[in-house]
Design a protein around this ligand. Structure first.
Ligand SMILES: *Cc1c(COP(=O)(O)O)cnc(C)c1O
Length: 426
């Protein structure tokens, strides 16, 4: 029924149907930890992965499954695995690929929390992260080693909102027989489908634009099914070698293209326990239904604010792509508009100016989130990116003089009025 329907129809319908017992049209919240087996054989088959079905909500839940199917459909992937947060999605995706002493190569411009995760906690697993300049993709080739297992980028960077050449990076990754993992949180599948440009795995923090109202945490891993992990058994033993806890099956041999997703559930969620709550999945599903409507308004408002700021005498620069002259990237990756996350800085910037500005805003909320219906403001260098050195902050696009905005869907005149009165006080 949902074949050949448009993206906006998938937003409302993919993965969901009226409940077969009650007729409930909205996806019910299945608040159950576990599911009754039909008999002992059924139970044994489920545990041995001989049959798919619900066992326990650390692995699977029917409400969460609707969200997983919907997001996989929106990204053009073959399977989605929802997680407790965006960070959990990153952890579980890499937990399928990396053993101690393995490496990934990541873009320099990443969300601050991701840099913390990569630089501190991943070290504890013996995972090493090397960085390249995503604005000069060829630099990737200088850092690939025999231990590299994946490339990781953001399609649109947080905080600056820069567009990244996904297609070029994907082709460089594939020439080196490596999968490309793309964090599509800031763009959302409405603006960019990384899989169309060659991404192999897409991850999201659903906490942001997908839920869209600053209410619940969540994440998802979506597999395109396009990277053939079975072609590299020595490089990806976690997906290829016999698994003792599941009767020595090999994920790639038993599940083919679903190997990555099945392992993320059967090992990742089973042992790391970072599953998404059905309550959160329910709320995110409500948000996803209106994603297209919201993103159009976020994009429109974001462009207007960026242009207004760029013309203001107190502002030195604004990082929004429309002002950065990156036309080739805009034509390719911003056909439907822009995300509303970007940064700016003052002329003769001082820390006091930034503090005064942030504290003078009244409509904007000063907080650590993006992708809310409300307009948001933060000073990344002292908050989201505070745990980095000054040099690394600048590399990540979160220099000490930058203010990050996430423009909401309020009336544009009210947003501009608030910015104007705060700027007058600086
Ligand atoms: C917020 C964010 C994350 C982390 O997601 P959580 O849901 O907060 O764990 C990852 N990547 C980007 C780009 C983000 O903005």
């Amino acid at each position: 029924m949902l074949e050949n329907v448009s993206f906006e129809t998938l937003l409302v319908h993919a993965g969901a149907q009226a409940d077969s017992i009650t007729g409930a049209r909205q996806t019910p919240i299945f608040a159950t930890s576990s599911y009754q087996f039909k008999n002992s054989e059924h139970a044994a088959n489920l545990f041995a992965l001989k049959e798919f079905g619900y066992i326990y909500s650390r692995l699977h839940n029917p409400t969460v499954a609707v969200l997983e199917q919907r997001l996989a459909a929106l990204e053009g992937g073959i399977f989605g695995v929802a997680t407790a947060s965006g960070h959990a999605a990153q952890l579980l995706a890499l937990f399928n690929l990396l053993e101690p002493n393995d490496e990934i190569i990541a873009a320099r411009k990443l969300y601050g929390g991701t840099l913390n995760q990569f630089n501190s906690s991943f070290k504890q697993f013996g995972w090493q992260v090397r960085y390249f300049d995503e604005s000069d993709p060829q630099t990737l080739l200088n850092v690939i080693t025999t231990k590299t297992k994946a490339i990781f980028i953001e399609s649109v960077t947080n905080p600056q909102g820069n567009l990244v050449d996904i297609e070029l990076i994907a082709s460089l990754a594939h020439q080196n027989h490596l999968p490309l993992i793309v964090d599509n949180t800031v763009a959302t599948p409405y603006l960019i489908n990384p899989i169309q440009f060659g991404a192999d795995i897409v991850i999201h923090s659903t906490t942001k634009f997908l839920t869209g109202n600053g209410s619940v945490l969540g994440g998802v891993i979506i597999d395109s099914g396009n990277f053939d992990f079975s072609a590299y058994p020595d490089k990806y033993p976690l997906l290829n070698a016999p698994v003792p806890s599941y009767n020595h099956i090999s994920f790639t041999k038993t599940f083919g293209k679903l190997a990555f997703s099945v392992r993320a559930i059967a090992v990742g969620l089973r042992d790391l326990g970072a599953q998404q709550s059905p309550f959160h999945a329910f709320i995110t599903l409500q948000g996803v239904e209106t994603l297209a409507l919201r993103m159009r308004k976020h994009s429109e408002n974001g462009i207007q604010v960026a242009q207004w700021l760029a013309n203001h005498p107190k502002i030195a620069s604004v990082s929004h792509p429309v002002l950065q002259g990156s036309n080739a990237l805009i034509n390719k990756y911003a056909k439907k508009g822009f995300s509303s996350v970007f940064t700016f800085n003052f002329k003769n910037s001082t820390l006091e100016q930034g503090v005064k500005f942030v504290e003078s805003l009244q409509l904007f909320s000063h907080l650590a989130n993006i992708g809310d219906t409300r307009s948001l403001v933060i000073h990344p260098a002292s908050t989201t990116h505070s745990q980095l050195s000054v040099e690394d902050k600048i590399k990540a696009g979160a220099g000490p003089d930058l203010i990050r905005l996430s423009i909401g869907i309020e009336d544009i005149q009210d947003i501009l009025k608030d910015l104007e009165q705060a700027l007058a006080l600086v």
